[in-house]
Ligand binder design. Structure first.
Ligand SMILES: NC(=O)c1ccc[n+]([C@@H]2O[C@H](COP(=O)([O-])OP(=O)(O)OC[C@H]3O[C@@H](n4cnc5c(N)ncnc54)[C@H](O)[C@@H]3O)[C@@H](O)[C@H]2O)c1
Length: 339
């Protein structure tokens, strides 16, 4: 890791773009940038997955502009990055979308990252924050114990789409390192664990447990748990990630990758019971079911925990919101925003 004073990009008074901004993480990150005094935030998105709904609450702020564009079109990125201090790059296909369209996903997650880096270089953007994922550690029985930034990728037994997704994030990270080495492009890779929070969508395989449990409970049905419920998941609240993205910009750190995970992992059974309790139906006992062979499932072999201590050291970040509080906020939002 190289620490240089020049790699710190203050948020207050700064000009930023969130690529893939019409998203779960993008909308929360934009709120955080605005709250920290950013002078301008551009939201760049092709709206292939994201929607105007996710950013409707931001559009009235005069500092926010929405740019409809595609990261596979370099000229659009070149025009959109002019005059910026920092870019937060979120646009990506995740596992479920990768399963439907592998080539589309590889294009966006690899070629798209390279285009973003080229545009940042041409527009002299001081710092790039690249949203990576704990998918870089893989899935399946090899993923166990404490996962630290040096933990290698484990792919044996995982579904192809999950491997393609994790591998594409590894390539994206390496393209950032390459740009730093060749051109001195400052960057921080933030490896999110499974995200949940307000404006939760159905695109992330692990977070489906939360939204599907809540949907089942609203229909008066018992929520389902796949397998025996002992599988580990490690979530992080979206507001904590928004803070991580801002701290990564403002920190002196560069050329580094850090994990950002919530305070503690949960098992799927604990999670489903907690959602049932917070939805006011603790009486609806989870139903243990066999996995559906037609669906992509992300399974962990043993108990694991994603260590986030490197994020504290590099960018001064720690999670603040535990699962009970984060779920309470998510369910409160869903009850007011879904029919
Ligand atoms: N959600 C999670 O659980 C999770 C976990 C780990 C990492 N991540 C990463 O965090 C980032 C954001 O996740 P999210 O859940 O907010 O995602 P999301 O699906 O809500 O957002 C991705 C956004 O990128 C946009 N996009 C896709 N292709 C594009 C293109 N070619 N040009 C321009 N925009 C394009 C989509 O329209 C969408 O608004 C992604 O990079 C994802 O890989 C997410």
């Amino acid at each position: 890791m190289v620490n240089r004073a020049s790699a710190a990009v203050p948020i207050e008074g700064g000009r930023f773009m969130v690529i893939g901004g019409a998203s779960l993480v993008g909308s929360a990150t934009t709120e955080e940038l605005l709250a920290r005094g950013a002078a301008e935030v551009r939201l760049f998105d092709n709206f292939s997955f994201g929607s105007g709904d996710a950013i409707a609450h931001l559009k009235d702020d005069p500092r926010v502009t929405v740019v409809q564009g595609d990261i596979l079109r370099l000229h659009q990125l070149l025009a959109a990055t002019e005059g910026l201090d920092g870019v937060i790059h979120l646009a990506a296909f995740m596992t479920l979308s990768m399963d439907r369209d592998p080539w589309g996903g590889l294009d966006v997650n690899i070629r798209g990252v390279q285009n973003v880096l080229e545009a940042c270089r041409a527009s002299k953007v001081k710092k790039l924050i690249f949203s990576s994922s704990n998918a870089v550690y893989g899935y399946g029985p090899g993923v166990k114990g404490d996962l630290v930034e040096e933990t290698p990728f484990f792919s044996v037994g995982a579904p192809p789409a999950a491997i393609l997704y994790g591998a594409s994030k590894i390539v994206g990270e390496q393209l950032c390192r390459d740009a730093y080495r060749r051109h001195g492009q400052d960057y921080v890779v933030v490896r999110y664990s499974t995200v949940y929070g307000e404006r939760q969508h159905y695109r992330a395989a692990n977070a489906l447990y939360i939204v599907e449990t809540h949907d089942a409970i609203k229909r008066g049905e018992r929520p389902k748990v796949i397998g025996d419920g002992s599988e580990t998941k490690h979530f992080v609240y979206v507001g904590d990630l928004a803070r991580a993205n801002c701290l990564a910009l403002a920190a002196a750190a560069t050329d580094v990758a850090v994990n950002t995970s919530g305070p503690a992992p949960v098992t799927t059974l604990e999670l489903v019971k907690l959602v049932a309790e917070l939805s006011g139906r603790p009486d609806l006992e989870p139903l243990l079911v066999e996995p559906d062979p037609g669906k992509v499932r992300l399974t962990s072999g043993g108990a694991f925990r994603i260590d986030h201590s490197a994020a504290k050291a590099a960018i001064g970040w720690e999670p603040q919101v535990d699962m009970r509080e984060g779920l309470r906020r998510l369910l409160f939002w869903r009850d007011r925003n879904t029919v």
